[in-house]
Design a binder for this molecule. Structure first.
Ligand SMILES: NC(=O)c1ccc[n+]([C@@H]2O[C@H](COP(=O)([O-])OP(=O)(O)OC[C@H]3O[C@@H](n4cnc5c(N)ncnc54)[C@H](O)[C@@H]3O)[C@@H](O)[C@H]2O)c1
Length: 364
């Protein structure tokens, strides 16, 4: 007798770090929408919450415990809100939590989609939904964000500071290859962000590696711009771009400028990926902890929810990811649906989260 094999239930364990400020408000909103997607598509998400944050730092002097990475490594993915709060210097929250996770888990791809959605007004004149659709691929583990450097003659007139940028062949090649592979799934075009006219050593090297990797992908078109004019082109010609690859610093700046040209930073998602899947990847909105609006329940949860959709895609739940993205698009496109103040409305975080969750659950 031939028996039918029942597939094992799909189950994912997720480490959740709400962090500070609005992170604590938008993370539950994201969980609600993702749980609805899991329910609809027949898998489950088990959330374990960690209180690692600036609040913890002020209490015990550390953003996270010494064995934090050992704890996190057991999970399928990490779902992060944002860290940073007045009273704790930003370099403490960054170097005490975000960077150790990104580096320790070799999350060398920071992926930030930039898409103008229906119902969201671009600050640029005459831009319609769909006319801006590109992805910033930022190098996430080396480059300008290094801890190599120091201070000498501190406090006197001869005080000097050095900060060394680190560019390795391995680091450049793997981020560029990722960008080219991604372009092959999109519109077959990669733009490189450089500054080889002013930065004498690292950026000519970046250009050299870009040319070498581009030669492996003769079917993909390329161009490159210095970061200054590239920023201007993001505003004047955002439709020129498909995949944009940049170093840690340039990618960081471009991936805030990108969301700004498509409406609000409150809806922008990002993923910190370890493409080889040796370690968990981490998903977080582009925005920070927004202390100016924290505690009022008015933050836009869409950036967090959309980051969750990227997490579902990474976990292999592609249909669920598309359903969450579709729900976000339908809520934003509906003039009667609630929207938060950053998008010109007056709704609360929980109202928008509920609207997206309902749209995820509906099969219509
Ligand atoms: N990945 C991270 O954890 C991360 C990223 C960026 C900034 N930060 C930290 O966040 C803190 C604040 O930084 P910032 O002010 O430069 O950037 P921010 O993104 O927190 O806020 C910038 C502006 O955008 C608004 N905004 C941001 N997210 C919003 C949302 N979801 N809905 C509505 N409005 C939103 C804020 O109210 C603010 O006016 C700092 O401590 C910074 O270090 C953390």
């Amino acid at each position: 007798m031939v028996g039918s094999v029942t597939p094992a239930p799909r189950h994912y364990s997720i480490a959740t770090i709400p962090g500070d400020g609005i992170g604590k408000e938008v993370v539950p909103a994201g969980q609600e929408a993702l749980d609805a997607a899991a329910h609809r598509f027949g898998f489950s998400l088990e959330w374990s919450t960690f209180d690692w944050s600036c609040e913890r730092y002020t209490r015990v002097g550390r953003m996270m415990p010494d064995d934090a990475l050992d704890q996190l490594r057991l999970f399928d993915a990490i779902f992060l809100g944002a860290v940073g709060f007045p009273g704790v210097p930003d370099h403490v929250s960054l170097w005490g939590l975000l960077l150790p996770i990104r580096r320790g888990f070799q999350q060398y791809v920071n992926l930030r989609p930039v898409k103008l959605l229906r119902g969201v007004e671009s600050p640029l004149r005459g831009r319609d939904a769909g006319s801006i659709d590109f992805v910033v691929v930022r190098e996430n583990t080396e480059g300008e964000y290094s801890d190599v450097g120091g201070r000498q003659n501190e406090g006197d007139a001869n005080e000097l500071v050095t900060q060394t940028a680190i560019f390795t062949r391995r680091g450049c090649d793997r981020i560029m290859r990722y960008a080219f592979e991604l372009a092959r799934t999109r519109r077959m075009h990669v733009t490189s962000a450089t500054k080889s006219n002013g930065i004498l050593h690292s950026m000519p090297y970046w250009d050299e590696r870009f040319e070498a990797i581009a030669a492996e992908y003769p079917d993909v078109k390329t161009n490159r711009f210095h970061i200054d004019i590239l920023s201007a082109h993001f505003v004047r010609h955002p439709d020129w771009f498909d995949v944009v690859v940049g170093s840690n610093l340039f990618g960081d700046i471009l991936s805030d400028l990108g969301p700004a040209v498509v409406g609000s930073i409150g809806i922008a998602p990002s993923a910190n990926l370890n493409p080889e899947r040796e370690f968990p990847s981490m998903f977080e909105p582009v925005h920070g902890s927004a202390p100016d609006i924290a505690g009022r329940g008015i933050a836009n949860p869409i950036g967090q929810i959309w980051s969750g959709a990227m997490m579902l895609e990474h976990l292999g739940e592609v249909d669920a990811a598309r359903a969450v993205e579709g729900a976000i698009e339908s809520v934003l496109a509906d003039p009667r649906a609630p929207r938060t103040a950053d998008l010109g409305g007056s709704a609360a975080t929980v109202d928008v989260a509920r609207a997206v969750t309902n749209a995820v659950s509906s099969r219509a």
